[in-house]
Ligand binder design. Structure first.
Ligand SMILES: Cc1cc2nc3c(=O)[nH]c(=O)nc-3n(C[C@H](O)[C@H](O)[C@H](O)COP(=O)(O)OP(=O)(O)OC[C@H]3O[C@@H](n4cnc5c(N)ncnc54)[C@H](O)[C@@H]3O)c2cc1C
Length: 484
C-alpha cells in the first residue's frame, strides 16, 4: 500500500477539533474509552513502579481502525502508546501525560491462519501468548515461547520487546520465532508481510527493525510465527547444587550430552525458594535438605514418551559422580514437572511479598556468571549492606534477573531511593565484563538514560536516524528507548 500524507486524509473539521472529539466522531464507546475506572488498570504496570495518565484508550478491532486512529492522532500532534497485555517491565506501555493516548490491541485477537504444512501460525497482535500456544497444540505443534506472564502478554508485546523466557536456549527468542509481520507506521502505511516465507532476501528486513522496537516505530497488528513438532517426551529435574560454578559446569555437561534436546536450564538461589515456599500457597521445598543453589533442567523432544529417560539418567549420574549435583527431584508425572516449574515461575511474584526490590535484567558470557555473582555481591553490599540478592534466571542464555530485596526492617522508600545508585554500580560491573544492561525486558523509560550512557555512540546515532526517518513527528512512544 502506498504511504499517505495524514493531513490529506482528514477533513478540515476533524483538524479543528481535539483528537478526542475527532475520534469520538468515528468510534463508539466500545472503542474509545475515557471512563477512569476502565483506564485505571491500564495506567499502572505489574511491578507498581510506573503510574501514568491519559485522555483515553483506543481499542481498534482491525488494521483499518489502527490506520484511522493513527491519522487522527498524528494530525493533532498527539502521541500513541501501544499496549498489549501490560506485562512489560520497563514502563514503555504506560502513558505519561494527557497527550499520550493508549492504543490497546486487546480487541485484535483473532488467529487468522494455522498452517501445519508450513509449520506456521498467523495471529493478530492482541492474541495472548497462551492462546497461540493452545492453537499450536490443537494441530499437534509447539509454539515454544514460554514466559510466566503468558496468560496475559500478547504476540504484539512479545515482538515489540523481543521477549525471551525459558525456552530461548533451544528455540531462540521472539525474533527467531517470527517469519513475518503486518505493521502500521506513522504515515498510515500498512506493511503486510505475512506470507510465512522462510527465505526472502529482498533488501532490508523491516521485520527485524520492528522486533524489539518497543512501540517506538509503529504498531504491529499481526504476525506469522514459526511452529515446531510437539515434543513427545519431557524430562524435568530440579537439582540442588553448592555454587554457580557447579551450575555452569552442569550446564556444559547437559549440553555435551544432549544439546539438541536441552530446552531449559534455569538457576535459582536458596533465598528465592524460601520466598516462594513462604509466600505462595501450595508450593513445597523440592528437596529434603536445603542447598545454596538450584537448577531446573528440561530435556524435551523424542518420538515417544520416555524416549529421553536415558539422557536425563546419564546427566544425573555424571552430575552426581563429578560432585556437581548434591541431590535432585526428577518429575515422574506431568503434574510433578509443572510443580517444579511453578517454583521457578513464582520467583517474581514471591519476591513482591518480601518488600521493595531493585531489579536488573542482565546478560553475560555464561562462563563469567560465577565471577559476576561474587563481584556483584560486593557491589550491592557497598550500596546497601544487608540487601538480599535474589539472582535467578536463564543460565543457559547467560541471562540473570539480578533482583535485590530490601534489608529486613528497612524503610521501603529509603531503600528505593538507592535504585539509581545500585543500578549504576551493578551495570558498570556488567558492562566492564562485556555484558548487557538489558537482556530481555527492553529499555522503555526505565533504562533510557542508561542506554545513552552505555550504548556505543555510533549505534545511538544510527538508532536516532532510524527513528527520525520512520517517525519524524514523534507520534509513537516519545522518550521510550531514546530520549528526544
Ligand atoms: C511475571 C512476569 C514474568 C515475565 N517473564 C518474562 C520473561 O521470562 N522473559 C521476557 O522476555 N519477558 C518477561 N516478562 C516481561 C513481559 O511479559 C514481556 O515483555 C512481554 O513480551 C510483554 O507483552 P505485553 O503484551 O504485556 O506488552 P505490553 O506490556 O503491553 O507492552 C510492552 C512494550 O511493547 C509495546 N507494544 C505492545 N504491543 C505492541 C504492538 N502491537 N505494536 C508495537 N508495540 C507494542 C508497548 O508499547 C511497550 O513498549 C515478564 C513479565 C511478568 C509480569
Amino acid at each position: 500500500m502506498p504511504s499517505m500524507n495524514v493531513c490529506n486524509v482528514l477533513q478540515l473539521g476533524e483538524l479543528l477539533m481535539s483528537s478526542l472529539d475527532a475520534l469520538a466522531n468515528i468510534f463508539g464507546p466500545d472503542q474509545l474509552v475515557t471512563d477512569e475506572h476502565v483506564l485505571e488498570p491500564m495506567l499502572k504496570e505489574w511491578r507498581d513502579r510506573f503510574f501514568g495518565t491519559t485522555t483515553a484508550a483506543l481499542f481498534p478491532k482491525n488494521t483499518d481502525d489502527v490506520v484511522r486512529m493513527i491519522q487522527i492522532i498524528a494530525a493533532h500532534g498527539d502521541h500513541i502508546i501501544t499496549q498489549g497485555g501490560n506485562t512489560g517491565l520497563v514502563g514503555g506501555q504506560i502513558p505519561r501525560n494527557k497527550r499520550e493516548f493508549i492504543l490497546s490491541t486487546k480487541k485484535m485477537n483473532k488467529i487468522r491462519k494455522v498452517n501445519p504444512e508450513n509449520n506456521s501460525i498467523t495471529a493478530e497482535a492482541g492474541t495472548t501468548l497462551h492462546e497461540v500456544q493452545m492453537a499450536a497444540a490443537d494441530i499437534d505443534r509447539l509454539f515454544p515461547l514460554s514466559l510466566a506472564s503468558e496468560g496475559s502478554c500478547t504476540v504484539g508485546g512479545n515482538l515489540a520487546t523481543n521477549a525471551g523466557g525459558t525456552a530461548v536456549l533451544r528455540y531462540g527468542n521472539m525474533r527467531d520465532l517470527c517469519l513475518g509481520l503486518e505493521f502500521v507506521t506513522a504515515d498510515g502505511s500498512i506493511h503486510d508481510n505475512l506470507s510465512g516465507l522462510r527465505k526472502d532476501n529482498t533488501g532490508y528486513d523491516l521485520r527485524h527493525l520492528m522486533v524489539g522496537s518497543e512501540g517506538t516505530l509503529g504498531i504491529i497488528t499481526a504476525a506469522t510465527l514459526k511452529l515446531f513438532a510437539a515434543p513427545r517426551d519431557r524430562q524435568v529435574v530440579m537439582a540442588g547444587l553448592e555454587s554457580p560454578s557447579d551450575a555452569v559446569a552442569l550446564l556444559s555437561l547437559a549440553q555435551e550430552l544432549g544439546q539438541e534436546q536441552l530446552s531449559m536450564f534455569e538457576i535459582m538461589p536458596r533465598i528465592g525458594i524460601e520466598f516462594v515456599t513462604q509466600y505462595i500457597p501450595g508450593r513445597r521445598d523440592p528437596l529434603e535438605a536445603a542447598y545454596p543453589w538450584y537448577v531446573l533442567v528440561e530435556y524435551s523432544g523424542g518420538s515417544k514418551q520416555g524416549a529421553l529417560n536415558g539422557l536425563m539418567e546419564r546427566l544425573m549420574e555424571e552430575g552426581l559422580e563429578r560432585g556437581l549435583i548434591k541431590d535432585a527431584a526428577w518429575a515422574q508425572t506431568e503434574q510433578q514437572a509443572k510443580d517444579l516449574k511453578y517454583l521457578r515461575e513464582d520467583f517474581s511474584e514471591a519476591q513482591k511479598h518480601a518488600g521493595a526490590r531493585i531489579n536488573h535484567d542482565i546478560s553475560l558470557p555464561v562462563q563469567l556468571i560465577p565471577q559476576f555473582m561474587e563481584e556483584g555481591a560486593k557491589v550491592v553490599s557497598s550500596v546497601c549492606p544487608d540487601a538480599r540478592i535474589v539472582s535467578f534466571g536463564h543460565l543457559g542464555d547467560g541471562n540473570l534477573h539480578y533482583n535485590v530485596s530490601q534489608p529486613i526492617g528497612m524503610d521501603r522508600d529509603a531503600y528505593l531511593a538507592l535504585w539509581e545508585t545500585m543500578n549504576e554500580k551493578v551495570h558498570d560491573l556488567v558492562v566492564s565484563m562485556g555484558g548487557s544492561i538489558s537482556a530481555e525486558h527492553g529499555i522503555g523509560v526505565l533504562k533510557n538514560d542508561e542506554l545513552a550512557r552505555y550504548k556505543n555512540p555510533a549505534d545511538l546515532t544510527m538508532m536516532r536516524a532510524i527513528k527520525q526517518a520512520v517517525d519524524p513527528g514523534n507520534l509513537f512512544a516519545p522518550d521510550r528507548i531514546l530520549r528526544a
